[in-house]
Design a protein around this ligand. Sequence first.
Ligand SMILES: Cc1cc2nc3c(=O)[nH]c(=O)nc-3n(C[C@H](O)[C@H](O)[C@H](O)COP(=O)(O)OP(=O)(O)OC[C@H]3O[C@@H](n4cnc5c(N)ncnc54)[C@H](O)[C@@H]3O)c2cc1C
Length: 276
Amino acid sequence: PGAADHSIPFRTIADAYRLEEALRELEQSEADKIRVAIVGGGYSGVELACKLAERLGDRGRLRIVEMGDQILRASPDFNRDAAMKALSDRKVWLDLETRVANISADTITLAYRDAEDVLPVDITLWTVGTKVSDVVTTLPLAKTERNQLKVNTKLQVVSRPDIFALGDLAESFDATGQRVPSTAQSTFQQAQYAAWNIWATVNHRPLLPFRYQHLGEMMTLGMDNATLTGMGVQLDGPMAHIARRLAYLYRMTTLDHQIKVGLNWIAKPVRDLLSL
Ligand SMILES: Cc1cc2nc3c(=O)[nH]c(=O)nc-3n(C[C@H](O)[C@H](O)[C@H](O)COP(=O)(O)OP(=O)(O)OC[C@H]3O[C@@H](n4cnc5c(N)ncnc54)[C@H](O)[C@@H]3O)c2cc1C
């Protein structure tokens, strides 16, 4: 209870602006500590915790609240270890095997085993769960409990094979039976199959079952630190940060995006320096 009213989700640009505003207010206040609780020890929670810890410095008191017994459950050990070290270096507290029992405007109640603790907090960030667009939830199509569309391996909605669905709004399993993760990496791959299968439907050709190919994972661990594992490579630290940026730049959809984002990355340190 209280999550909808008193926590900030982290999914959209609007959420990021809301967080920025809340941080700015606290930074300009007299408070000597800024207490941030991040619900969820997945990618978003860990990446946010590292960046916020660096931004808030000595004033920051950050904690990650995670229901499971470890953070980054699905990550390779190398990335998880690098993340654990980055969190520990930045003094981020980890509450594992802990549930959020309640959130109010200035407290968070944590349940660990049989005990509940009420802790003061300035910002609670909610990073768990995938929210499907309202439009999709109202569609008269077969859906899962989480309101994702049910699709077969060819990305056809099971109740309407003439409709194809992919990305976060669909729950799918690939040709080998593995669950397709809700990531940009898998969505990119699905897009090519969906396009082919639509063309094949129109032209009465056989449809292709989707095969997910996991290329690895990359994660930021602060402003100039990252970790990556994939295609036989394991790397952390500033080199991983640069490699991650280059990979993201390469995957931008158009040259225009690549130029805008690339120039912004180059110009930002200069802008930050000038605004000091
Ligand atoms: C904070 C965060 C960090 C992430 N980091 C990574 C990462 O590092 N690597 C990775 O692989 N994945 C990452 N992901 C997951 C990744 O962003 C998603 O899996 C991916 O974007 C899914 O693509 P999609 O096209 O299904 O949905 P989206 O990218 O969400 O695109 C859906 C689009 O539809 C628009 N839309 C919604 N409703 C309507 C409507 N009614 N009418 C018109 N348009 C509408 C939305 O505005 C949005 O632009 C991250 C997710 C989050 C939240």
